[in-house]
Design a protein around this ligand. Structure first.
Ligand SMILES: Cc1cc2nc3c(=O)[nH]c(=O)nc-3n(C[C@H](O)[C@H](O)[C@H](O)COP(=O)(O)OP(=O)(O)OC[C@H]3O[C@@H](n4cnc5c(N)ncnc54)[C@H](O)[C@@H]3O)c2cc1C
Length: 262
């Protein structure tokens, strides 16, 4: 039986130079966007599993209408179809609520194996894979750097830990979040890019997913962002004068004394 694989991807700013407006919200409008870089590894792994097991790969993204661009980018790599989860009711959802939306879509799509990237380059909470697995009530492994074996019933993965490597076998359905060590992502072919333009991308709303709008969005989210502040700019460095290493060392000691470090 062909394995139904799904990859969750997010459209993120291609630059880290985002602005924070007067109300403390991150503004990314007008910046170039693309597939979250970590998701490219999840897509590559999904395609390798598909090629091995003759499965299908569905790309899922929750976001605004523009997220269709990154879905088509993933289709150009060889994924089979895409699902855009877009509804004004989703706006402002925190991680828990966003994961409930993803889980409802993954369940409706019949996904048996769900791949994620480890984190995003914007929100970067790294919570989405675990939260989604919790809503799906299925096992998950985060920080996966190798898929050792996979069948239509189970998957065995290696997970990098601080002091070693864990090898885990999980029954399907399961959620796996991968790191950049797992593979080398492919680039889209011209043929793939052409095919992606016509490939099917379904658009599902809260109603399509049978979700209650009262449980979606910022107001229904248990987390409220109070403020966001940019990291302060680093102060200018101090150059230590002196012709010889000894003179420089003496000048450095003097400066440290003045600053009361020593
Ligand atoms: C109160 C509140 C309001 C928020 N309002 C907004 C908002 O209006 N707009 C907004 O963009 N963010 C909003 N966020 C942040 C939003 O909830 C997170 O961006 C989102 O939950 C994803 O988390 P992350 O970026 O930390 O992903 P991570 O957990 O770091 O990502 C891990 C993996 O999950 C995948 N993933 C993450 N998000 C999605 C997605 N949407 N669809 C498919 N795959 C995904 C990533 O691609 C990656 O593979 C809000 C957060 C809070 C707390």
């Amino acid at each position: 039986m062909a394995l139904k694989i799904a990859v969750c991807i997010k459209r993120t700013p291609a630059s880290t130079s985002v602005a924070i407006d007067a109300s403390g919200k991150v503004q990314t409008k007008g910046l170039p966007h693309g597939i979250n870089p970590f998701d490219e590894y999840a897509l590559e792994e999904a395609l390798r599993i598909k090629e091995k097991l003759d499965g299908t790969v569905t790309v899922v993204s929750a976001g605004e209408a523009e997220a269709e661009e990154v879905i088509r980018g993933a289709l150009a790599l060889g994924c089979d179809d895409g699902i855009l989860l877009a509804d004004p009711a989703f706006a402002g959802s925190d991680g828990t609520v966003t994961a409930s939306i993803l889980a409802a879509a993954l369940r409706k799509a019949g996904a048996q194996l769900v791949l994620f990237g480890k984190e995003t380059t914007d929100g970067g909470s790294g919570q989405m894979p675990s939260f989604t697995a919790a809503w799906l009530d299925c096992p998950s492994a985060i920080g996966v750097r190798k898929v050792a074996a996979v069948s239509d019933a189970e998957i065995t993965v290696e997970r990098g830990m601080e002091d070693g490597v864990d090898t885990l076998t999980m029954s399907l359905p399961a959620v796996v979040a991968v790191t950049k060590e797992i593979n080398e992502p492919r680039l889209p072919s011209l043929k793939g890019k052409m095919a992606a333009k016509k490939a099917p991308v379904a658009k599902w709303t809260a109603a399509d997913l049978g979700l209650d709008a009262a449980k979606l969005g910022g107001a229904a989210s248990p987390t409220q962002v109070l403020s966001m502040e940019p990291v302060p700019a680093r102060p200018a460095g101090v150059s230590i004068p002196g012709g010889t290493p000894e003179e420089k060392a003496a000048a450095l000691v003097q400066k440290l004394k003045e600053a009361k470090f020593i």
